[in-house]
Design a protein around this ligand. Sequence first.
Ligand SMILES: [Ca+2]
Ligand SMILES: [Ca+2]
Length: 289
Amino acid sequence: MNFNSISLRKKNLTALVCLIIIACSSDSENSDSIDDENNDSNLELSINIDSKTFGVDEILSLSIESNENLKTICMSVDDWSSSQCTSSLDNTGLGESLVAKLSFYNLGTKTINIKIENYAGEERETKLDVNIEKKNTVTLKQIHFNSFNNIGESWDAEFLDSDENRLADLTLILQKRKYNNSFVGYESNSVNHIKWLTSDILENQGDLTWELNENNLLIAPENKFSIYLYDFDGPDPNIPDQNLYQEILLGWPYEKEFSFEEYMGNKPNEITFVNEDIDLEVVFEVEWN
Ligand SMILES: [Ca+2]
Ligand SMILES: [Ca+2]
């Protein structure tokens, strides 16, 4: 299994995190201004946003404004565990304002941290909370497989054809597209993928069903997600702490993205996706928010 998009992101993000933070932060309604008490610099920072509530997967715009030409701007949505920074490549500066675009893939109150640096090496930092709500999203309630490649047949050749242990021990993984938080005019990739669900294992196919009521899996109907299904084969005898899996949906080039966009009119509670190339038929029970 390969989910290196997440680690790639982390690599990108850590590159420019500033070393010394003269931190000062406040959190007011729609605009936060900072005055540093400890020096006589006039560097100012304010951030403005149109609303404080957004939907899951919705792209929100944040205006970052200063009174000086900025050398670097950074943002973080995980309290600086990771961050995204931009600087002007030709060293002429970013100007006095820049727009950041972000999205959040799940519900909750999210804190956006912003930090700026001018050419004198002075920094300012501020933060803003937004609430991510259900809005016009779809909640996944249940996933059931009617068919997949080699269903009911052997995925574990060590067992006899009469032994039910030959059946696949199913693990389902969902990945969802997520807008790549970025600064307008300085985007690299517009999209990355996040691991959205790693399911329990259904031994020997189980009932081919995962109940997802407790998982809070919300998606904007127009956003895309991918399905990965594996036969779990237990610990790898050669690599400590690693497990072995067999790919049931055959992977690239058969892997396919899905969305609920074409169902926005009727809003059915049961949606079936079929991919005949890999004998896939999967039924989603959903709720329209
Ligand atoms: Ca197997
Ligand atoms: Ca098995």
